[in-house]
Design a protein. Sequence first.
Lengths: 114, 119
Amino acid sequence: ELKVEQNPLFLSMQEGKNYTIYCNYSTTSDRLYWYRQDPGKSLESLFVLLSNGAVKQEGRLMASLDTKARLSTLHITAAVHDLSATYFCAVVSTRRGGADGLTFGKGTHLIIQP
Amino acid sequence: DAGVIQSPRHEVTEMGQEVTLRCKPISGHNSLFWYRQTMMRGLELLIYFNNNVPIDDSGMPEDRFSAKMPNASFSTLKIQPSEPRDSAVYFCASSFGGLGGGIAKNIQYFGAGTRLSVL
């Protein structure tokens, strides 16, 4: 059974600081997703990482994938309050009929304080 | 595009009642997913469809849960009878898979969710 573990699960940090969220998964997968969820809202796709060594950046967020280590990281640079949210990684657990069933991590609840 | 549309946004019902959640996927998407989110268990995939056909329902918790997709623009998730432990936020998501689609292929786009409370 595929397991997806994120750490930390809770993170409180100050504006302007850098930090990294880690996502480990237990079986091989050819793609990994990062999503953001604001309180009481839906999930928004941030990144899809397709291959070993893939790196994607959007503003202050940068995601990377190491398929050999089964590890993805989401790095936050010079955090700002607007990045406060819960961040999920998700890994393909089943692929049938051209559709990917995803297993999500528990999420990292990020609070950025002024 | 309006995105994935779910209804109702909130549902409060009593134990034993039938509950039906509805979803309209993004036009042109050929895969549809139902998830459940709770504090204790996080996000769980319940079932997904490809070209209106159920592909994997291994996440459906019990026979009380059923899902249908009668056409490419509509799906329902039904709970009968409902129980308090079914209280959760239920999300529907859709994606485009198969040939073409580029980097956006298989990215799942989520609806706003239905918050279900079973008393």
